[in-house]
Write a protein that binds this ligand. Structure first.
Ligand code: NI
Length: 149
């Protein structure tokens, strides 16, 4: 699993950081146990930053999830959110709806498509009055997955 590494040669470079930051970072790496060492941890951070940046490219293929919590008592909101989603059937791969409590619904959308369409969808949904805690997370792009779309 995971994005393939680039074929590029590994290059060493030095970075100056405050010692307490480095200590905290090393502790974080150890605690999370995902990266085998500092280099791998920093590569992961750089890759994530590059994915975020590339996802902003309108023509990039992005894969991610859109999470939102909303109050379904807000007039007509659930229907309007549904209407918007029906305009993006190519981009919305799957949805999950959870009735959290008397007022609140949690909705999670798996999305896949061009950055332009996916961000447009996110802006429309998350901009609606009554939608709280909305977030679009772009997990990967065609480049980071080495897809040939
Ligand atoms: Ni609900």
């Amino acid at each position: 699993m995971g994005a393939p590494e680039s074929n590029g040669e590994l290059v060493r470079f030095s970075v100056a950081v405050p010692d307490d930051m480095l200590n905290d970072f090393d502790a974080l790496i150890t605690r999370r146990g995902e990266a085998r060492n500092r280099s791998e941890a920093i590569r992961d951070l750089m890759r994530a930053a590059l994915v975020r940046d590339r996802a902003r490219t309108p023509t990039a293929q992005v894969i991610g999830s859109l999470t939102m919590i909303y109050d379904h008592h807000v007039a007509d909101l659930a229907r309007r959110l549904g209407d918007i989603q029906h305009e993006y059937t190519d981009e919305i791969v799957s949805t999950m709806h959870v009735h959290l409590d008397h007022h609140n619904c949690l909705e999670i959308l798996a999305v896949k498509g061009t950055g332009a369409r996916v961000y447009e969808l996110a802006d429309k949904l998350l901009g609606m009055r009554g939608v709280h805690h909305g977030e679009l997370t772009c997990a990967a792009t065609d480049a980071s997955l080495d897809m040939h779309a």
